[in-house]
Design a protein around this ligand. Sequence first.
Ligand SMILES: CC(=O)N[C@H]1[C@@H](OP(=O)(O)O)O[C@H](CO)[C@@H](O)[C@@H]1O
Length: 405
Amino acid sequence: MKAVILAAGEGIRCRPLTSTRSKVMLPVANKPILEHVIESLAKNGIKDLILVVGYERERIMNYFEDGLDLGVNIKYVHQKAQLGTAHAIKQAADLMEEDDQEFMVLNGDNVIEPQTIRDLIDKHTGDATILTVKKEHICGYGVVLANGKKVTKIIEKPTTELSHIISTGIYIFNHSIFERIEHTQISPLGEYAITDTIQQMIEDGMDVDHVLTNSLWRDAVFAWNLLKDNSMVLDRTEDYNIKGTVEDGGIIHGKVSIGNNTVIRSGCYIVGPTIIGDNCEIAPNVVILPSTTIGDNVSIGSFTQVQNSIIMDNTRIHSHGSISNSIIGLNNIIGPYFVAEDKENVKIQMEDELRTAEKLGAITGDDITIGHRVLVKAGSMIAHNCRIESGKTINQILPENSIVV
Ligand SMILES: CC(=O)N[C@H]1[C@@H](OP(=O)(O)O)O[C@H](CO)[C@@H](O)[C@@H]1O
């Protein structure tokens, strides 16, 4: 069976992290979300993959290339305008062959594990089968009404809570879906939605089933949701190993991975689950607490403490810093005595409305330079390419290219 992975959108609500990469490339446990998806497919023997790409597609294509390193075979199609999920799936039609009777469709930006897909493969039956999960808050999803396994209705982003079963956006379709997509009308939300195609199938008397899963399926709606995704994936990872060097007097507790050429200096105290990438330098007396992911080529100065955070590649954090519940982008240079204050139930004004993050410190985009003794208040977000001079306090959303002097 082939799989079509939808990876063309930006993931606007995950800004500032997605202003330089698409959501599928955001790192969870030191791998892009899309890599978790591809690995889950490969472990189920699904190795012929069609990636529908658009926004920041070079970054995706340069990273995954033809997929051979991951044991899969990737072909790319370019969705030039993001006109909805049905339109995205249609882009893959020309790469399907006569004998591709059934194929899987899934989002590249949802964190899953191999069993998630297994559940669908094992139990799929109808002309189309939808993998579903139970969710308390259904806002923003396709909602499924069902009679046993038979889907009686699918409604995209309803305004009332009609049911607590939502579509994961993972389906098995047969080839006739392409013909049906041709007849799908544009929705009131202004897109060609695969949920409308499926609803039409139901109305035409076709057999649409759903399979409920309890396996891992996580959707990072906002950038801060990545922290929970990261900790869940780290908790489930079995494969921890220490390839780098831990100097005498460095203490490692629990599930900790340390990459090639990484050096953990004497006096460090590291508690898992934690993953540290390749070529990192962790100076003496650094404390790293669960659930933390540190990318490649990162250096952390003495006496800095990092907890429940994601620090992306090539970032340099100087001494005496305190970073918790935070996401720090690529190529940041952060001066000494940096504090990312964190709090519970932080209110964040997003474009559309006021949102609440359960627990959050700071979020920084890529290429940011921060001087000495900078305090970033809980829930602040610093977008791509900002510079903050020493001694400043940040308590807001800083737009791209800002300079704080
Ligand atoms: C039009 C469409 O296909 N919407 C899908 C899709 O929503 P997006 O807002 O497009 O990400 O993925 C959801 C799962 O993440 C699923 O519940 C929903 O039905």
